[in-house]
Structures are given as structure tokens and as C-alpha cells.
Design a protein around this ligand. Structure first.
Ligand code: AP5
Ligand code: MG
Ligand code: ZN
Length: 213
């Protein structure tokens, strides 16, 4: 099964993608997590990506597409995957389509997690992320057992650099300008499914399970 998660920054794409990955036994592939791991390790890619991410801008398609295509060519992706944060522009979606087409393959579902802008900023300021394993928490909704420490791996939790309110505003603008057109793109292919992302995360997942079966 090949799934794409669509939605504004902070809509809960990552939260739901992890639950899907676990239930269906497929890898969770997040371009944002890949970039953050590279930033943490000080790679050339990380340095380049950080320039854009810190401003809430998109990393150029040339860089992003290559990384994603390399990742989904790995053996663990043979049985499918859930993409979180990719594609984010029409050109990215077209490249992915073409690459899958060549393999006689296609995306099964694009799941749009819908959350109004008003809810987003509140959510982001409460988010805490583990830079080591990618787990995410929320100081009110999903607190870690011990403040500031990851339940899963024991490493420190951080407030992401791009979760400052000014940067979140930019990310929302970029989402509306460049990513939202993907809703029509996948709707036109008949594979778009929309779920309400404002309800409890378990209820969001129930709605997704009803779609995926
Ligand atoms: P990326 O890491 O993808 O960030 P994003 O799209 O802005 O999305 P987020 O990770 O912020 O939100 P999410 O939807 O995953 O929400 P989460 O589950 O954490 O990208 C970061 C940057 O990398 C981009 O700005 C760009 O620069 C670059 N980049 C990445 N991919 C790229 C690409 N393809 N092309 C170009 N550039 C790219 O949830 C948010 C919070 O809410 C959490 O605290 C969570 O616990 C909480 N929460 C979740 N669900 C609920 C719920 N139902 N109720 C209450 N709280 C909830
Ligand atoms: Mg995420
Ligand atoms: Zn961790």
C-alpha cells in the first residue's frame, strides 16, 4: 500500500503517518525528518536545507526529489510506504507519478488531514520533538512521561526552530500557495480522501482506518 499524507503544517500528518506505518507494517517516510537528521549530523545536505527550513520556505525541488526517490527505492519500501511531507508541490507530485508509472505502479490513497489555520499556531507552540528518533509530543495533548525526555529513546526533546509563531505563519502561507493545489491534483485522480484533523488523534486514526480497510 502506498499512501500520501496531505495537510497544513501541524495538521497531524506525522502523528497519523506513524500510526499507519505501525498498523500496516510499512515504513514512515518523512522528508522533514530526513532533513532534520541531516541538520543534526551536520551534513552538506543538512546545511543547505536549514537555510530554507529556518525561514519556513520549501527546500528546492531538485534536492528534495532526489532524496525521496532514493529513499523509496530501498528494499524496505517494496511492500509500500506512507509519505509524510512529500509531495509538497505539483512538480514533486509529477516526478513521483512518473517514477511510479515506470514501475507500473501508483499511489493508492492521498489522505488530506484537514485543520483550519486558527488551530495550527496553538498546536505548534506546544509540540516537542525528539531529534534522535523523530517521536513527537505535545505539552498538553501528548506529554512525555518525563518532561523534556523522549519516552522511546531517552534523548532530549526540543522545540523545533521552525515552530516559532512568525515562522509558522510563513509555513502556512507556503502551504496555501504551493501545497494546497495538490488537493485538486489527487482529487482529479480519484484517490483523495479527506478526514477531520481537529478531533482527538485516535478518532482521526479511526477515520483513516475506515478508508484504508
Ligand atoms: P515537515 O517536517 O514536513 O513539517 P510540516 O509539514 O510543516 O509539518 P509538521 O511536521 O510541522 O506537522 P505534522 O502535520 O507532521 O503534525 P504533527 O503530527 O507533528 O517539514 C519541515 C520543513 O522541511 C518544511 O517547512 C520545508 O522547509 C522542508 N521540507 C520537508 N519536506 C519538503 C518537501 N517535500 N519539499 C520541500 N521542502 C520540504 O502534529 C503537530 C502537533 O499537534 C504535535 O505536537 C502533535 O502532538 C499535535 N497533534 C497531532 N494530532 C493532534 C490532534 N488530533 N489533536 C491535538 N493535537 C494533535
Ligand atoms: Mg511532521
Ligand atoms: Zn526519541
Amino acid at each position: 500500500m502506498k499512501i500520501i499524507m496531505l495537510g497544513a503544517p501541524g495538521a497531524g500528518k506525522g502523528t497519523q503517518a506513524k500510526m499507519i506505518a505501525e498498523k500496516y507494517g510499512i515504513p514512515h517516510v518523512s522528508t522533514g525528518d530526513i532533513f532534520r537528521a541531516n541538520i543534526k549530523n551536520g551534513t552538506k545536505l543538512g546545511l543547505e536545507a536549514k537555510k530554507y527550513m529556518d525561514q519556513g520556505l520549501l527546500v528546492p525541488d531538485e534536492l528534495t526529489v532526489k532524496i525521496l526517490l532514493d529513499r523509496v527505492a530501498q528494499p524496505d519500501c517494496e511492500r509500500g510506504y506512507v509519505l509524510d511531507g512529500f509531495p509538497r508541490t505539483i512538480p514533486q507530485a509529477e516526478v513521483l507519478d512518473e517514477a511510479l508509472n515506470k514501475l507500473g505502479d501508483a499511489i493508492d490513497y492521498a489522505i488530506n488531514v484537514e485543520v483550519p489555520d486558527e488551530n495550527i499556531i496553538r498546536r505548534m507552540s506546544g509540540r516537542r520533538a525528539c531529534v534522535s528518533c523523530g517521536a513527537t509530543y505535545h505539552v498538553e495533548h501528548i506529554p512525555p512521561r518525563q518532561e523534556g525526555v523522549c519516552d522511546k529513546c531517552g534523548q532530549d526533546l526540543i522545540l523545533r526552530d521552525d515552530d516559532k509563531p512568525e515562522t509558522v505563519q510563513n509555513r502556512l502561507k507556503v502551504y496555501h500557495d504551493q501545497t494546497k493545489p495538490l488537493i485538486d491534483f489527487y482529487s482529479g485522480k480519484g484517490i483523495l480522501r479527506t478526514v477531520d484533523g481537529t478531533v482527538d488523534m485516535k478518532d482521526v486514526f479511526d477515520a483513516i482506518e475506515a478508508i484504508l480497510g
